[in-house]
Design a protein around this ligand. Sequence first.
Ligand SMILES: *[C@@H]1O[C@H](CO)[C@@H](O)[C@H](O)[C@H]1NC(C)=O
Length: 354
Amino acid sequence: MSVLQLLWMLVKLVPMPAVVLWKLLTTLRAPYNKNRNFKRIICDCAFRYVASALTVPEIRAYAGTTLGVYTTWAKKAKIPPIVDEIGGGARLLWVGPKRLGDVILFLHGGGFAMPPHEPHLLFLHHVRTEMERKRVTPGIAMLNYSLWPESTFPTPLTQLCLAVEFLLVAGVDPQRLQLVGDSAGGNIIVQLLSHMLHPHPSVPVLNIPGTLRSAHLISPWVDLRCCSSSWSANSGIDYVSKEGLGWVGARVASSARSETDRIFIHPILASRMWFSGLPTLVSTIRITAGEKELMVDDILALADILREHHGNVEVVVQEGGFHEDMFLDFLVGERTRGGLMEGIVASLVSGCAT
Ligand SMILES: *[C@@H]1O[C@H](CO)[C@@H](O)[C@H](O)[C@H]1NC(C)=O
């Protein structure tokens, strides 16, 4: 980033205090903020401002790398970093001990263009400690996948396939493997399901000897065109920005070469039969969304599509919730609200064999 670009970024941040204060005063009593405390509401206002004032490349320039964010957090948390190079430009980053009994494989979000941020790691660490309190001891690994613009569809899908294969070869039982992904990470998990039903010609075939235990989609981004009515209705309420996501969504989706690619990228376009056979791939699917998030219409529409073929799709809509709401709680250092976290932990616990 040049000095000029940096200056321009700073100029765009000048109005921030005034705008944040105004937004704070005008939304403090909004019904959707009923369960949020003051600190969290300020943080939402600040995040909302940054997400709409800065471009994706500007934010990316200061977001570091996946490995960097992971090692910085591990040092702070005094947890030894454990890294598996799995080929294909991808890695597994273990959050806590590498255990191969029950395994949670996590795909971070960030619009396909951003590395994880610290709340992703705080979330995973919280999941691990809460599960251990309930006497289950999963291994938790985050996939370090390539980002746009350095790489494009279907590279992250190929890397997810490599990760699953790596775990299977290491002896993990598919029935003890749970996939969790937020936002774009949720999209990549749905791409994996599409690929297992309709192998993509540019991605190695993935043969899983058995059925995966579960897929957890946290506010999955399932239509990169950003056009359903919740994208307008909840604009300015949700902290992510329609323009920012629309900008990156259009670029990520531009690598689609065929109608099939478009279904992989926007699974909401799937025909009625596309997901037929889903129950043989994964035993349970759990989807969460925020009532006030931009993506909520798309997420519920995808849930309906999956339910056509799968009897075990649980959907939880958090009242007044924003996009992957609990990550902001972790950012602020708040206790997570609305039972969203408890629900995820309970469901992951019930997916463990130990
Ligand atoms: C890890 O993530 C970064 C993005 O943060 C990406 O550029 C890189 O290709 C990924 N994989 C490896 C092996 O570094």
